[in-house]
Design a protein around this ligand. Sequence first.
Ligand code: AHR
Length: 504
Amino acid sequence: MDKKTRMIVDKDIQIAEVDHRMYSSFIEHLGRAVYNGIYQPGHPSANEEGFRMDVLDLVKQLHIPMIRYPGGNFVSNYFWEDGVGPKESRKTRLDLAWRSLETNEVGLNEFAAWAKAAGSDLMMAVNLGTRGIADACNLLEYCNHPGGTYYSDLRRSHGVLEPYGIRTWCLGNEMDGDWQLGKKTPVEYGRLAAETAKAMKLLDDKIELVSCGSSYEAMPTFPEWEAITLDHTYEYVDYVSMHQYYGNVQQDSADYLAMTMDMEHFIHTVVSVCDYIKAKKRSKKQMHISFDEWNVWFHSKDADDDTMQNHPWQVAPGLLEDVYNFEDAILVGLMLITLLKHADRVKIACLAQLVNVIAPIMTETDGGVWKQSIFYPFLHASLYGRGVALKPLVSTTKHDTIAHCDVTDIESIAVYNEAQAELTIFAVNRNLTEDIVFEADLRSFAGVQVLEYLVLEHDDLKAVNSPAGEQVQPKAKTAYQLEDGKLESVMKKCSWNVIRFSLS
Ligand code: AHR
């Protein structure tokens, strides 16, 4: 073993405070996310409102600050009024996005109560696909206006006396996509989003708004979409959205784990476009990024196409039920490190999604809940990645893959939590064939001691968890040395490493 990575972490060399919303997630009315996911009346663990407490308990473990809702593609033809008021008079609708039936048993008020129980704020999306400015304002009035007007009093008549005060709102979803109901050209979207934003901020000047960016980096209209839409929306919005899913479609694991280089490039390009528009407008405002959909998504695609084409119009069909393996968890860890490396511009990030649909948490309709492999890197980052992201000076060996050159063997970031007197290093060895010596120089921190060293490692890249048990779960590591503020350990090939230090 002759490969070595050296990392120097200095508490004064900082990227930015990590916004707590970096560890947000997403629940869409899609597949078994809501129905037979978080909500299943009649299940032994369901409460009086029909929400499964076993699911809620697991969600709470992740400490999710904010949950995006109700879509996704679903929102682009959603009539939110269908989901409020007495349940017995709610209508069943065709959900054209996922070719399913939406019973509207769960709507805004039920979901808001569930999110509150989970300890999460709501990030609400408005329908700018098949609806427009007035409907977005009506929804905002229903949610945030105290009372004395048509929609605020309607909310009160539904038993919700206090306004929700929902702060963060998405102006539609993936409006550049052919698959989107009410797809727009960049000029159409830019104009509609700007006018909707203007009206919404007149109604409630405390809200923050997210303008839709491209659906993913390979969209043919990227990055012209960002340039044109932000030209219209820049002064009215606070964030531009980014979405990205990766998958090992080619069954080339080395190249798969290099894909966060593309994510880096994607973020750099979006930041550059934002700053170009800022300069063009002579604006003082800094645009931030809401990376409000990110994850691995590819395992279930053929099955989903079959369900939607050949077996449409079911209530809560099993859709997007990717079963994640060990290497997917490593990629999720790499995506988290990439987000943290850009904590100066990425303020919101939503792991898409949360339950049953491309999710860390799965439910058995006739049984319990179980944790997918990706649950763990997200859990570790959410628990220990709070504080200031530090800019590490890293020298690491590199390798090439079929589509990527100079792929770093070790990717790493450190987060300093001054209030808790803790420092955490997150590191992935994405070299699939070689263990690597890892040295961290922490001499700028006084009294550094290892609190805990967790690793996710497995000899089988394709190992998965299931209701029967967890093949992929973290273990404590004891083989390391710490002397005079310098840590040395061996990072196993293809591993996720979390090294927590206490500071005096
Ligand atoms: O998260 C699944 C889907 O992915 C969302 O509905 C959509 O926004 C994206 O294409």
